[in-house]
Design a protein around this ligand. Structure first.
Ligand code: ADP
Ligand code: MG
Length: 475
């Protein structure tokens, strides 16, 4: 691949990340824009990389492609090639062929018919809004209201209509994972910006806030970063539960909160548990969460699940989506809305690939496959599993990985384990640091970058990483 194409890919993913940290899965993929075919082709080294990109980034990549050339109907193709990680001209023939995955057939991700979609979804043009962290897809229009989220939705609308801190300040939303908290935060932000394009709105996760603060403290540039947060008209902070046990960040947050609140600026917070239940939060911070409005989102009842499926089918431009099918899926998938969406898009892709219509038979086939896959490899992998696998492989103790000793070999193995945690789990950098004896998140970043560089040069290490990945997946 030429440097030029590589450069374009880097620029594209930086753009897609919109100022946030770039997902290592994207960074490690090789991306090529095949103009003649209207295809963005990605090459990745494993199925899990492919799955991660499919589930997290396809939408954004499509939006980017649409902005790049709206006239065309783009496809995204992801190839799994285990020989990819090391550049092809440096790879040795693997000694033990069957320990490596063989090539996967390429998957064409169904074109999302972006042109028609764009009219419905109002994809924002490139550069229209950078820095607010808002996702234009998450709006009130695309939010289905049912009894499980009615109160939260109504309050969110109220806040978006008068975000001058006069209504509910702070507005605190809590509920289980995948139930629409993040969506509501963005919807408030998007609505605010729609009504007042000059409003300074910032969506940020508590994790990013923490990382920003930690970095600023280290670089002794806290004033700069404080100003960034304190000059907002609307601050939308997600996953507030993350602040628990982070005493220093809580203090910073407390001051930010007070400044904004005193200036009648709107604060909206989302968390996976109610303020009462966040035991590891300072009392004075907790009590402020209850000053304004607290609303919960519950798991959706079956009627709402059906309505959501119908809405999503509409967004995917699925032309025929029988009510029996919606009912069937809604009965099978009850946990949360993210899972509901994921199931529908799997069904959609399956139908497209096979050139079939979506009917009850097809849905049953897909759900059965899903079940089988879940019981094989669907278990989430924990940091502890990875540590054990890595320690076993190098004949060390897990306690060595967490300990303070820093011989060269030990440090290298520790870095490998950190790298795998970052790749294979959803843990944050801070959490990974904690799992390795309370190390700093920047240590984890450095470890990951180092291993990535080494993998590029060292075929042997690349193979070991593949092997360790499989071991962790299978254990
Ligand atoms: P949470 O932040 O609570 O974990 P999200 O807001 O990320 O959940 O929602 C998960 C997915 O479900 C998102 O894609 C979101 O758009 C979708 N979703 C959640 N609630 C609704 C709803 N009421 N109507 C339509 N889509 C929803
Ligand atoms: Mg969320």
């Amino acid at each position: 691949m030429s440097d030029e194409t590589r450069f374009q890919w880097d620029a594209m993913i930086a753009d897609v990340a919109g100022g946030n940290e770039i997902d290592p899965y994207l960074q490690q993929a090789q991306g090529e824009l095949r103009d003649d075919e209207s295809v963005l082709q990605l090459t990745v080294s494993s199925n899990w990389a492919k799955n991660a990109i499919e589930s997290r980034h396809v939408q954004k990549l499509h939006e980017w492609l649409h902005r790049y050339d709206p006239q065309r109907s783009w496809n995204i193709r992801i190839l799994v090639d285990t020989a990819y990680m090391p550049p092809p001209d440096t790879i040795d023939t693997p000694a033990d062929d069957d320990t490596l995955e063989m090539f996967d057939p390429p998957t064409e991700i169904a074109p999302q018919k972006v042109k028609r979609l764009a009219q419905r979804r109002q994809i924002v043009p490139l550069g229209a809004d950078t820095g607010s962290g808002l996702n234009p897809r998450y709006t009130f229009d695309s939010y289905v209201v049912g009894s499980s989220n009615r109160l939260a939705h109504a309050a969110a609308m109220g806040v978006a209509e008068s975000p001058d801190g006069s209504k509910f300040n702070p507005f605190f939303i809590y509920g289980g994972v995948g139930l629409g908290k993040t969506h509501l935060l963005h919807a408030i932000g998007n609505k605010t910006r729609e009504r007042n394009p000059n409003a300074r709105v910032l969506y940020v996760s508590a994790e990013t806030f923490t990382n920003d603060m930690v970095d600023a403290i280290r670089r002794q540039e806290t004033n700069h970063i404080r100003n960034k947060y304190r000059t907002m008209d609307v601050l939308l902070m997600d996953d507030i539960q993350f602040l628990q046990r982070k005493a220093q960040t809580q203090i910073e947050f407390f001051h930010t909160f007070n400044d904004l609140h005193n200036a009648n600026k709107q604060i909206v917070l989302a968390s996976d548990s109610s303020p009462h239940d966040m035991s590891e939060l300072e009392e004075r911070v907790k009590s402020r969460f209850m000053w304004g409005m607290v609303a919960s989102i519950d798991a959706p009842e079956v009627e709402t699940r059906i309505a959501i499926l119908q809405r999503k089918a509409d967004e995917l431009l699925i032309e025929e989506f029988p009510i029996e099918v919606a009912e069937y899926i809604a009965e099978q998938v009850t946990t949360n809305i993210r899972e509901l969406e994921g199931t529908l898009s799997t069904i959609y892709r399956y139908a497209e690939l096979q050139g079939r219509v979506i009917d009850a038979d097809l849905v049953r086939e897909v759900l059965k496959q899903d079940d089988a896959r879940m019981s094989e490899v669907g278990r989430p992998i924990s940091a502890a599993t990875i540590q054990r696998v890595v320690a076993d492989y190098y004949r060390m103790k897990v306690s060595d990985l967490k300990g303070k000793r820093r011989t060269k070999r030990l440090a290298q193995v520790r870095h490998i384990a950190m790298y795998l945690c970052r790749q294979m789990t959803d843990l944050s950098l801070v959490d990974i640091g904690q799992d390795f004896g309370g190390r700093d998140h920047s240590t984890v970043i450095n470890a990951c970058m180092k291993i990535e560089r080494e993998i590029d040069r060292d075929t042997k290490l690349a193979e070991i990483i593949v092997q360790l990945t499989r071991k962790a997946q299978n254990s």
